[in-house]
Ligand binder design. Structure first.
Ligand SMILES: [Mg+2]
Length: 250
């Protein structure tokens, strides 16, 4: 599997994961770096696609806004739980404060006992990062499963060195379908790129819509195309922007 041809048509709707797709994954989620060139490329693509470019991420929408500023794009955050559409209307994540607080309390003992584990409370979900201590994966999984055990309607998602509990029913795939039902995405060919297992929901939807699904990096996937790593994907994105954009902008 290789990358598809660069985008030559302004009839595409582009959906992009953030971590591992637009930025290299870092030791800590706040330590990732979005290159100025990538920000410019996103700006050009958004303009040339008449606004049909959205970020579809596990992060909160506000975090994406911070990285992209001054650019402000439509975003699906917390794995599809929250969404800001192209008009700027915010569809917030369901209120799961009680569940998040309880599960966080149950996991605090493990996090306090081991250096390098990080608990991230989001609006709607709870994530346990173990990137700095990969050998603790088994212990983290056991503790996490027991912390969320019995919580109604909550599902456990596994990502790269992270476990996350969130309400079931919304995922990156449902967010993509919701965007596709609205202007300016409606009627376009969806293109989605992501690097992690949580992106598979979106790959499935894009495939069923006869769009272009791109897996970034290694691993089994439903995606029909692949970039070998983040750098190769960014190169593809930049070439697409150059092709669609006005020469000299990039
Ligand atoms: Mg990712």
């Amino acid at each position: 599997m290789t990358l598809p041809n660069i985008l030559t048509s302004t009839e595409a709707a582009l959906f992009l994961d953030f971590d591992g797709t637009l930025v290299e994954i870092a030791e800590h989620p706040e330590a990732v770096v979005l290159r100025d060139a990538t920000r410019r490329v996103l700006g050009v693509l958004s303009e040339k696609l008449d606004g049909a470019l959205a970020i579809v991420t596990g992060r909160e929408i506000a975090a994406i806004d911070r990285f992209l500023a001054p650019l402000r794009l439509p975003v699906a955050g917390v794995h599809g739980l929250a969404r800001r559409d192209a008009t700027g209307r915010l569809l917030p994540a369901p209120d799961t404060c009680e569940f998040v607080a309880l599960a966080a309390e149950r996991l605090q003992t493990l996090v306090d006992a081991e250096d390098g584990l990080m608990l991230e409370r989001k609006t709607g979900s709870l994530a346990l990062h173990y990137r700095a201590r990969p050998e603790l994966e088994g212990a983290c999984l056991t503790a996490f499963e027991s912390a969320v055990d019995g919580a109604p309607g909550i599902e456990l998602k596994r990502g790269k060195m992270v476990l996350e509990a969130k309400p079931a029913g919304a995922d990156k795939g449902t967010a993509l379908v919701d965007f596709m039902s609205e202007h300016p995405f409606l009627g376009r060919t969806p293109v989605f790129a992501g690097d992690d297992v949580t992106d598979e929901d979106a790959f499935r939807q894009v495939n069923s819509l006869e769009g272009i699904s791109i897996k970034v990096g290694k691993g089994p996937t439903l995606a029909r195309y692949r970039a070998s790593d983040t750098a190769e994907f960014l190169c593809w994105l930049e070439q697409s922007a150059q092709r669609l954009g006005v020469e000299g902008i990039i």
